[in-house]
Design a protein around this ligand. Structure first.
Ligand SMILES: *[C@@H]1O[C@H](CO)[C@@H](O)[C@H](O)[C@H]1NC(C)=O
Length: 276
């Protein structure tokens, strides 16, 4: 009886098709300047993370901020050497538990709520390097105070490229740290559900270690956005399956697997509730 009720509710809510797709691209926003008090946010998140996680090595949060900010602070955005971010990633790197890596594309809100609810699953934004800077904007300038809080949109688009390079490095690191079975969560309501220029296609899938990762579980979520395009084995999902084969990984694919169905319902309910 309860199951039947759930199915009816899931159907009802999937028809509502709420669209919450706030982050089309990692961290990039066109007009914003550096997030105010970014240094305090960064250092605060760093201390908070260490207080709530078991760390293999203690991280000096202030020093880490210096490592990070020295890449862009006091510089013309077009003179930034993004290779400097490698040091930040190295210093903030943490191990990712086996079978715990979750990649997402077009499912930012959904995936982050999902991993929190299920537990023992981690997106890039849940582990220290990503946690520190998730959804922040930053860029530098030559003149004092060395950080541009007004705008990060420069005429040549250097900041945009720097940010892209930064997240490309972060995604690469996250992929290289994966082991066991990994999940990639895609949004069937987005066209295409799997994009060949996504971070997953460009930086994550190519960097998954063959000696450590044994399976890629594709999870296609239906009913987050209004439209409902491909299923496993069709359209862009089929392209992803072939691509994974080219990279010589085993895969599975599931359309709204059981746990996700219940969760989609709860998630849509939560969004509805938040809207009102
Ligand atoms: C930014 O990146 C794009 C794409 O890679 C490139 O074509 C462009 O020249 C870059 N812009 C600058 C100012 O480096």
């Amino acid at each position: 009886m309860k199951i039947l009720l759930y199915i009816c509710l899931i159907f009802a809510y999937s028809q509502v098709g709420l669209s919450h797709y706030r982050y089309p691209f990692y961290g990039l926003s066109d007009d914003a300047g550096t997030t105010p008090r970014i240094d305090q946010i960064f250092i605060g998140r760093c201390s908070d993370y260490q207080a709530s996680h078991t760390m293999e090595h203690e991280v000096d949060c202030h020093e880490l901020w210096m490592t990070f900010s020295s890449v862009f602070a006091n510089l013309d955005p077009c003179k930034v050497q993004t290779a400097g971010y490698d040091k930040f990633i190295e210093k903030s790197s943490v191990p990712i538990p086996q079978d715990g890596s979750v990649f997402w594309s077009g499912t930012y809100d959904f995936t982050h709520s999902y991993v929190k609810t299920v537990g023992n699953l981690y997106t890039l934004e849940d582990v220290l390097p990503g946690y520190l800077v998730n959804s922040l904007t930053w860029c530098g300038q030559e003149k004092s105070p060395g950080i541009n809080y007004e705008t990060c949109s420069d005429p040549q688009g250097c900041n945009k490229n720097n940010t892209y390079d930064f997240w490309a490095k972060m995604s690469t690191w996250f992929a290289k740290s994966a082991s066991g079975s990994v999940q990639v969560i895609l949004n069937a309501g987005r066209d295409p559900a799997f994009a060949s220029d996504s971070f997953f296609a460009k930086f994550e899938l190519p960097n998954l270690p063959h000696d450590k990762v044994n399976k890629i579980e594709i999870i296609v979520v239906h009913g987050i956005d209004g439209k409902d395009n491909p299923k496993c084995g069709s359209g862009s999902i089929k392209e992803l399956q072939s691509l994974i084969e080219q990279y010589n990984f085993a895969w599975t694919c599931a359309d709204n697997p059981g746990l996700i169905i219940i969760f989609t319902f709860r998630f849509n309910f939560y969004l509805t509730y938040q809207k009102e």
